[in-house]
Ligand binder design. Sequence first.
Ligand SMILES: [Fe+2]
Length: 217
Amino acid sequence: MILENVSDFTHGFLHRKFNPFGESELLRCETIGDRVELQYRAKIAAGRLQNMFINRAESDCDNMTACFDYPYHWSNTDDRIKHFLFTLPKNSRENRHIFIFYVSPTAIKMPLIGPRIPQWLMHRMMQAQRWITLQPLLGQDVWVLKREQEGWERHWNRPAPEFSPVVNAFQDLTIRKWEDYLQRTQSDTNTDDGRVHLPSAPTEAAPTEAAPTEAAQ
Ligand SMILES: [Fe+2]
């Protein structure tokens, strides 16, 4: 899921061209109720091009709180760069993901000009950033997740080793919420003959672990 991907900083090699996070260290990963809270020390927008436009005079933009706030995802870096992500299911194997990015005006600077830039110019810069960096970057994640999805559909009954504690925590919460849903709906689907019909539960032939196909701002 792209929800896991945006919180798992162990796949920096995939994004080596853009380098959106560098020198990352996971300081905390804690499940509290329906939330998985994370604390990272990581240099955000570490790529050479992005770094030229980030004003690190006030703070280094390297202290990130991220949260899988089921079913949403958000992050906050030094109160200067934030994102909110929600998922729109399309069918049993595809989702559409909608990102909203917030960047404080004080977090942006223009090389040779500095941090105080006119609103219209900042707006243009953010628009350009979407097409130059964000869309291609998220496209890399979508490409990989599609391959993962295909692999899982073909070998769904084989062990899938996962070394990231973040991904494991996200998947545990997702599975728990799915099981809660089945339990809640089970009484409604009991039939007179004692059989239970589960509502659109995943089957061996049609697994439901979904991979994103689109990422839109
Ligand atoms: Fe990624």
